[in-house]
Design a protein around this ligand. Structure first.
Ligand SMILES: Cc1ncc(COP(=O)(O)O)c(C=O)c1O
Length: 294
């Protein structure tokens, strides 16, 4: 069979599914230049306006003077710098977890975690509306793959009761990326406890602004490391930079360093991005401090 790409693309277009890119000529912000025109932006993930913040940019510049630009190697070779390490420590402290591990982006973090934790004898239970990276990771892991009805704890309970799986991982977005609703993480955590399952929350859209200090859905719902053992946050949205992290127990992070292929076999995040992210974190903390004390 030949690759009839033109025909497939035409069918895609006729079905109304064709995607087109818009071209940006300005920094992110409420007002942007797009396709040569001025516009108001309601669709960016730069929720706190940090992507173009002068302090964040200054940190990036300063760090390039010290470290240069590229990460240069996998974190397991010579790509893990002092500034990466400091960011991991601060993210762990910020999320009240034992440790955190940086990944190149959220897609890689999700692929890395789920494939490192699960294999053929295991079961992965996804909310139907989970982000594509989570669903792809579940399939790639080889675990028995199930999707429960959106935010439906009873439907999930029913599925968990019937599974013979060795390890059971419940996976959900924190704030759903398309609809903006929040997962019932407290109820999911309680259910996980009943079934000796683990809960994983991808809080790409909650991290940075939900919760009293911006700690995301885990903070907003008061879930500690035992109740929510696998917490994923991304840095390219509210934090305004790039990358992602997984936060959890020391044993979880060591497992990821040993087995997460998207951590081991890829170049580390540019150190200057880690430095800029430390500044985003500082700004977030200062803002909350001001709100509480002034
Ligand atoms: C819920 C969710 N998880 C993960 C990702 C991927 O994160 P990243 O853009 O850092 O790869 C996104 C969107 O990009 C997302 O919306």
């Amino acid at each position: 069979m030949s690759f009839n790409l033109e025909q497939d693309l035409e069918a895609w277009r006729v079905a109304g599914l064709y995607r087109r890119r818009q071209t940006l000529d300005s920094p992110q912000g409420p007002e942007i230049m797009i396709n040569g025109q001025h516009g108001l932006a309601f669709c960016s993930n730069d929720y706190l306006g940090l992507a173009n913040h002068p302090d964040v940019i200054a940190s990036f510049r300063q760090a390039t003077d010290h470290y240069g630009l590229g990460g240069g190697a996998s974190p397991l070779v010579v790509g893990h710098s002092r500034v990466h390490h400091r960011l991991e420590d601060e993210l762990a402290e910020f999320t009240s977890r034992e440790r955190a591990l940086l990944f190149a982006n959220g897609y890689m973090a999700n692929l890395g975690v789920i494939t490192a934790l699960l294999g053929k004898q295991d079961g992965v239970f996804h909310d139907r509306l989970n982000h594509a990276s989570l669903l792809d990771a579940g399939r790639l892991s080889g675990a028995r793959f199930q999707r429960y009805l959106h935010n439906d704890v009873d439907n999930l309970d029913h599925r968990l009761q019937k599974t013979p799986a060795r390890r059971k991982l419940i996976v959900t977005d924190g704030v759903f990326s398309m609809d903006g609703d929040v997962a019932p993480v407290k109820a999911l955590s309680a259910l996980a406890g009943q079934h000796r399952a683990w809960l994983m929350v991808d809080d790409a859209h909650g991290f940075g602004f939900l919760g009293a200090t911006g700690g995301g859905v885990a903070e907003a719902c008061g879930l500690d490391q035992q109740q929510l053992p696998v917490l994923v946050g991304t840095l390219g949205k509210a934090f305004g930079t790039y990358g992602a992290f997984v936060a959890g127990s020391d044993a979880l992070i060591e497992t990821l360093i040993q087995f997460a292929r998207t951590y081991i076999y890829t170049t580390s995040l540019p150190p200057a991005v880690a430095s800029a992210t430390l500044t985003s974190l500082r700004l977030l903390r200062e803002q909350h401090w001001r709100r509480e004390h002034l």
